[in-house]
Ligand binder design. Structure first.
Ligand SMILES: [Fe+2]
Ligand SMILES: [Fe+2]
Length: 183
């Protein structure tokens, strides 16, 4: 079964849900977009499943209720992914299981040898720069993640995010157009 996903429609649906986030919340949609971009870059070398890492980017922090530790937010994100599966997107059982695991456990600071799970978590942790902290290779699961963390920024590899995210409509939308589609 091909995982043919309309990401823009999915992003719009998730962003319409009531949520605590502010436009540039440290764990808000700006962060999700960068995680998606990072994941697509990493996937070039890690061999991660693109659908899973892109869905992880959208869902992993989508059900936060605050910007602190927010215990259980990974599990709540996984639950939202489960609720929308079958109506807003399809995913094979095997990939869905990986997505559920990656979302649920991303909060624990673990490493993982599965390339897709490792890519999800590295993509998230590489965005630590938003908090004024440099990424740390010790927290990375993949070799490419460690290379980027050691370099200190993902910028030299931005081109690798193509064609997945650079041409995605939702990467060109502003926050307001997410909130008020059609305006
Ligand atoms: Fe998180
Ligand atoms: Fe995150």
């Amino acid at each position: 079964m091909p995982d043919d996903i309309d990401y823009t429609a999915l992003w719009r649906a998730v962003l319409r849900l009531p949520h605590h986030r502010e436009e540039h919340s440290i764990h808000g949609p700006d962060h999700w977009l960068r995680v998606e971009r990072n994941a697509c870059i990493l996937a070039h070398r890690t061999g991660a499943c693109i659908e899973v890492v892109r869905l992880f980017a959208l869902f992993h922090d989508s059900r936060r209720i605050n910007d602190w530790t927010d215990s259980g937010h990974g599990e709540r994100g996984a639950q939202l992914a489960a609720e929308l599966r079958g109506s807003l997107y399809d995913l094979s059982d095997e990939n869905f299981e990986v997505l559920q695991y990656a979302c649920t456990w991303h909060t624990e600071g673990h490493h993982h040898e599965d390339p897709t799970i490792g890519t999800c978590w590295d993509a998230d942790r590489l965005d630590i720069g938003r908090a004024g902290i440099s990424p740390d290779a010790a927290f990375m699961s993949t070799e490419f993640g460690r290379e980027i963390a050691t370099h200190g920024t993902v910028m030299p590899w931005l081109e690798l995010a193509r064609p997945h995210v650079a041409d995605s409509e939702h990467h060109h939308l502003t926050w307001q157009s997410f909130r008020n589609p059609g305006e």
